[in-house]
Design a protein around this ligand. Structure first.
Ligand code: ZN
Length: 61
């Protein structure tokens, strides 16, 4: 689990390249959410599914 965490804690936003933050994560439920500080992008890791869901929030102009 720690190796996995280390791997995903180094990810960056694909849009602005800021390091994703984990402030929405809930370690108690192994629910890990990585999000761009500029709210472009979120990656939600779901241990029950052994996978993740990506959310893009690209501003439309
Ligand atoms: Zn971003």
């Amino acid at each position: 689990m720690m190796a996995l965490l280390n791997k995903i804690t180094q990810e960056k936003c694909p849009i602005c390249n800021e390091t994703l933050s984990t402030h929405k994560s809930n370690m108690l439920f192994s629910h890990i959410v990585k999000s761009c500080p500029n709210e472009h992008y979120e990656k939600e890791f779901i241990s029950a599914l052994e996978g993740y869901i990506e959310h893009y929030n690209v501003p439309t102009k």
